[in-house]
Write a protein that binds this ligand. Structure first.
Ligand code: LIP
Length: 268
């Protein structure tokens, strides 16, 4: 890997918050107004000019400041920019929850992560419609709008108080996913399905949801928010219980850590 200078993580986190807000506030100004959108190759995935415009803002700001860094961004994932010889990789989802955004559901967010030698060291997620900024620096905790956050304390003994979130693309391996959801409902009686992975993850970090499960997601859907959960005291693994990383497949279990073993059992 190419040698880059060490960067100041605190200053860089602040920079990430600024650019996430710039892109997110632009998206907010278009909320409810976008009529034209396209289907991606995968037909259920939607994209509009706002995703591209938000991504352009974020990438251009990053490259102005860190011209040597590699970038993996959802709407230009095939551009080759992720293969640049750098120890730093930016992982960007300009709008996570594009369908929510296009259909007028406020749960969508701008997600930006920075990995050093493929380990995520900074994560920022901005939800423009709620004015929430979630952020985390590896080893230094997680924050929402500048205040420290922590996952919930609820465990299996709290039974019906548990609240879960389930991310899905039911058209893919539908029976398998319905089975996992059904198993989850056995002990987490209340489960939401909200349509933005990063929203589900950040709500676990903030102690709202006690767990979030999803398969078929990509690094840009989870890189920033999984660091935020971990730094908020929660646990994130693959379906086998191995610690998460940006190169894992898209099957993720996240929780407050109090009943993670049970989650691994139900996805077997
Ligand atoms: C979406 C996720 C959603 C998942 C979709 C998709 P996008 O991200 O947040 O939860 O089910 O497959 O990946 O495309 O809106 O950025």
């Amino acid at each position: 890997m190419g040698q880059s200078e060490d960067i100041n993580l605190k200053q860089t986190k602040q920079f990430m918050i600024e650019i996430a807000k710039e892109a997110g506030d632009m998206a907010k100004s278009k909320f409810g107004k976008v009529k034209d959108y396209k289907r991606k190759e995968e037909k259920t995935q939607l994209v509009s000019e706002v995703d591209f415009a938000a991504e352009k803002i974020i990438k251009s700001r990053i490259l102005e400041r860190f011209p040597d860094h590699a970038i993996l961004a959802e709407e230009s994932a095939d551009s080759g920019e992720a293969e640049k010889d750098s120890e730093y990789l930016w992982i960007i989802d300009p709008i996570d929850g594009t369908r929510n955004f296009l259909h007028g559901h406020p749960s969508f967010g701008v997600s930006i992560a920075l990995a050093k030698n493929r380990k995520v060291v900074l994560g920022v997620v901005y939800f423009p419609m709620y004015d929430w900024v979630f952020s985390a620096e590896k080893g230094n905790g997680a924050e929402k709008n500048g205040e420290k956050i922590h996952v919930s304390d609820r465990s299996l003994k709290d039974g019906s108080d548990l609240l879960g979130n389930f991310g899905c693309d039911f058209h893919k391996e539908k029976d398998e996913q319905v089975k996992v959801l059904s198993n989850l409902i056995e002990f987490v009686k209340k489960v939401r399905i909200e349509g933005s992975a990063t929203f589900g993850f950040c709500m676990v970090a903030d102690g709202v949801y006690d767990c979030y499960i999803q398969r078929f997601i990509k690094p840009w859907d989870f890189a920033a928010s999984c660091l935020i959960i971990e730094e908020a005291g929660g646990k994130v693994t693959d379906y086998q219980g191995n610690p998460w990383n940006i190169d894992m497949g898209g099957k993720i279990l996240s929780s407050n850590g109090k009943f993670h073993g049970k989650l691994i059992e139900i996805v077997k």
